[in-house]
Ligand binder design. Structure first.
Ligand SMILES: *Cc1c(COP(=O)(O)O)cnc(C)c1O
Length: 375
């Protein structure tokens, strides 16, 4: 059996190396490294895939979040509500822009921001909500959008882990994550579901005016060359990365299907285990693209399980070990740690098993057998 990895980028590359080489050669031949035709082709392909009017490529997912917020013209001190249980980038950009992050607790089943907690946190200063489709699972967008409408708030989706997932509204209508709010941000970090061979990111929106404004922000606030109308940034997607992404986008649904298959195989082992809770999913499987396969370990020692798997050369991850409200950078004496019972519990229980597109049945069976052996 091949050595098990958390993410197997080399194994995935082996299947597409010829196509990737051809696309990269096209970039070398045209010598158009910044913006240029390859970036535009990828942008169009992604717009078509998502069913969104505008994709604005940029340098990475953190920039994408920051630029999306800059696009909304919020004022210092405006409050932005987001989840306590996510990667730090989500809250980092809020603080960097001198906005006030308001962290709220999550749903114990989906690990996503809890609409009830959002509602309680809304004040007259609240301007936006950032739901994160954590581990690849859609947040409860129906309720979040309803709250946003009622209180006139922007919704900025952090879709870094959710690309390719399809959200089904209660009336049965469907749309891709990243097209549901006013604006969305995604990351093409190599290990993400749609990963480049370096950094990359993008902003999505259906709003023409906002798209135009954001296209200027990513390019030094320029709308006419050398006329700077707003303070912008320099955040571009590399043409070579666009070449890789253009190829990999053609496989995204296939890749997400592979992830789903792996998750369902894991589920078969852990389904009725008294010490394990498998990832929640809606009846319609498309709402989860399994960026991570994350179990909760109940009434047992999660950290000992991590060590045990390590002894058997099975990598695993704890995403995330510390709630954001307890991180040094985001600590605030006005925050009551008791306001986050679910996150405080999850950080002690979660464990993410290897999840990627090249996992074999043998590897999954081996990993599962070792997890079960631990208990
Ligand atoms: C990866 C990630 C980001 C940041 O993306 P980068 O491309 O690494 O800057 C933001 N939010 C979430 C939830 C992520 O998982």
């Amino acid at each position: 059996m091949k050595k098990i990895q958390m993410v197997d980028l080399k194994g995935q590359y082996d299947f597409i190396h010829q196509e990737v080489t051809e696309a990269m050669t096209e970039v070398f031949e045209t010598s158009s490294y910044i913006n240029g035709p390859m970036v535009q082709k990828f942008q169009k392909d992604l717009e078509n895939y998502l069913g969104v009017k505008h994709v604005i490529p940029c340098a990475n997912g953190t920039d994408a979040l920051q630029i999306a917020l800059m696009g909304l013209k919020l004022e210092p001190g405006d409050e932005v509500i987001t989840t306590d249980f996510t990667f730090a980038a989500t809250v980092e950009v809020i603080s960097l822009l001198k906005l006030k992050p308001v962290l709220v607790d999550v749903d114990p089943q989906t690990f996503n921001i809890a609409p009830k907690a959002i509602e309680k946190a809304i004040t007259t200063k609240t301007k936006a909500i950032i739901p994160v489709h954590l581990f690849g699972q859609c947040a409860n967008m129906d309720e979040i959008l309803a709250l946003a409408k009622k209180h006139k708030l922007y919704v900025v989706e952090d879709n870094a882990q959710g690309i390719g997932a399809t959200y089904t509204f209660p009336d049965g209508s469907k749309a891709k994550t990243g097209t549901l709010g006013h604006v969305a941000a995604t990351s093409f970090f190599p290990s993400k579901n749609l990963g480049a061979y370096g950094d990359g990111g993008a902003i999505f929106t259906n709003d023409d005016e906002l798209a135009h404004f954001i296209r200027g922000i990513v390019n030094h606030g320029m709308y006419t060359r050398y006329y700077h109308d707003v303070v912008g940034v320099n955040s571009r997607l590399d043409a070579l990365q666009a070449a890789v992404l253009k190829i990999k986008l053609q496989y995204l649904d296939f890749y997400n299907e592979r992830r789903k298959e792996a998750a369902l195989r894991y589920n078969n082992y852990f389904n009725d285990h008294p010490n394990l809770i498998i990832p929640h999913r809606e009846a319609d499987c498309d709402s989860h693209v399994y960026h991570q396969y994350t179990l909760r370990v109940i009434d047992a020692d999660r950290d000992a399980l991590v060590v045990y798997l390590g002894e058997h050369e099975i990598p695993c991850g704890v995403y995330y070990p510390v709630p954001l409200h307890a991180q040094k950078a985001y600590k605030d004496s006005n925050i009551d740690p008791k306001a986050f019972p679910v996150t405080n519990q999850l950080v002690k229980e979660v464990i993410s098993l290897p999840m990627h597109t090249e996992l074999t049945k043998d590897q999954i069976d081996f990993i599962a057998s070792k997890v079960l052996e631990f208990f």
